[in-house]
Design a protein around this ligand. Structure first.
Ligand SMILES: Cc1ncc(COP(=O)(O)O)c(C=O)c1O
Length: 423
């Protein structure tokens, strides 16, 4: 089936914006995506007509309460959570992780071991390193193979012991783009009795995220990376959430999930999250019906969401292939990630590269002058950049297409790049 790019792009007003007559090309998506107008409308409706704290008797408070309740149901559908009461909203992934680390820390003792990954964004690394420093925990590092940009399949086995209490790993790298086999890693951690904390910030925009299939204990993501507002979301297994002691003020609710949500929530952000999930549902219902058969165990929105993610990923794969193909053809460029044509299912379309004589910052700046938006540097993937030996040399240029980008935009980027590095 032909990908209906035109209908998709029509949902995103930002894609039509031009500066001095030059269209913007958004390849900065791994740092934050644009939003469909339905998401902005839902946020505006919340602010203009349903603006109140929740828990009161009056109309706006009841409406705001319904917004939060239906957003929990929407995110439970998106993540295939057993219950909407396992969905916790917070400012962003980083803040939620620092917050949860305090509660998880209450279950740990000096000498306990935690496993952290060198493939991860610092938001799933440093909160745990600081916790380890505070509590006297031992940190073990899961390294990745610099040649394959993947974990060695058995690497985690040798690290698990009867003192391992926690394993934290990402669904996909925000620098190399590698998709990690988190279900396999979680199964091993579970057998060893360790709790798992998955950072799905970079996988959720591209592939189906299913907490039951992954078999994790916690999973966290950020809606602004998947076409929604700046809003963090955590799923936690209810038995664990019930056992953990939340850091909360006394009058705040004692029940999950509210007890883990500090202070007044960003209701307009939460309204936007529900609309974001329904954007994917719209894709599933209108464009991806022929992908639904792959998900016979689901129906309704859960099935439509999964069909949509599959449909979008197929198209994104074609963007990634074209981009990688073009990059590898430019003299002096090294792609810092998986490039093999038969391994495209093991990466998201986020592609980082370095050039052997032009600095990453200089390339990003030159592209910005042509209204092509990319990021450069380590992008907070500190351990990744150090492992690849690019941390001290300015990191990489990161080009992150998503499903609203076109093949033509990829070609324009490649042409601009070839010209920039040949100057
Ligand atoms: C993989 C990954 N994890 C975590 C984060 C942090 O997310 P947030 O900005 O929601 O704290 C990012 C942000 O770029 C990321 O790419």
């Amino acid at each position: 089936m032909q990908f209906d790019l035109e209908s998709v792009r029509a949902q995103f007003p930002a894609l039509s914006v031009a500066d001095n007559g030059v269209r913007r090309i958004y390849f900065d998506n791994p740092a934050g995506t644009q939003v469909p107008s339905t998401v902005a409308d839902a946020m505006s409706d919340c602010l203009l007509e349903k603006n109140a704290n929740i828990g009161g008797y009056f109309a706006t408070s009841v409406d705001a309460g319904q917004i939060v309740a239906s957003a929990r149901v929407a995110m439970a559908d998106f993540l295939n959570a057993p219950s909407p009461d396992e969905i916790i909203f917070g400012q962003n992934m980083t803040t939620i992780t620092f917050h949860m680390s305090r509660s998880i820390g209450r279950t740990l003792s000096p000498g306990d071991e935690i496993i952290l990954s060198r493939m991860d964004h610092d938001a799933n690394v440093w909160p745990w390193v600081l916790l380890a420093q505070d509590l006297g925990l031992n940190v073990k590092w899961l390294s990745f193979n610099k040649e394959t940009f993947e974990f060695d399949p058995d690497a985690v086995d040798a690290m698990l012991t009867d003192r391992t209490r926690l394993l934290c790993v990402g669904g996909a790298s925000n620098l190399t783009g590698t998709i990690n086999d988190v279900a396999n890693i979680c199964a091993k951690a579970r057998d060893a009795g360790a709790v798992t904390y998955i950072d799905a910030v970079q996988s959720a925009p591209h592939v189906v995220t299913d907490v039951q299939r992954i078999g994790c204990d916690f999973l966290v993501c950020s809606a602004y990376k998947f076409f929604g507002p700046h809003q963090g979301i955590l799923w936690g297994r209810s038995e664990l959430l019930e056992r953990l002691e939340p850091y909360k003020v006394r009058p705040a609710p004692d029940e999950i999930p509210d007890c883990f949500e500090t202070g007044t929530q960003n209701h307009e952000g939460v309204a936007g999250v529900a609309a974001t999930v329904d954007y994917f549902r719209w894709i599933g219902d209108t464009m991806a019906q022929d992908h639904a058969y792959r998900w016979p165990e689901f129906s309704g929105r859960r099935q439509a969401l999964r069909a949509a993610m599959d449909y979008l990923f197929e198209y994104e794969r074609s963007l990634a292939e074209r981009l990688i193909d073009g990059l590898t053809g430019i003299d002096g460029i090294t792609v810092q990630g998986i490039t093999a044509a038969d391994a495209m299912l093991r990466r998201v379309p986020t592609v980082s590269f370095t050039h052997d004589s032009v600095a990453s910052d200089a390339i990003a700046e030159a592209l910005a002058r042509q209204n092509i938006f990319v990021w450069s540097g380590h992008n907070y993937a500190v351990e990744v950049a150090k492992t690849l030996g690019i941390y001290d040399s300015g990191g990489a240029v990161r080009v992150g297409p998503v499903h609203y980008n076109s093949h033509r935009e990829v070609d324009e980027l490649l042409a601009a790049l070839a010209e920039i590095v040949s100057r």
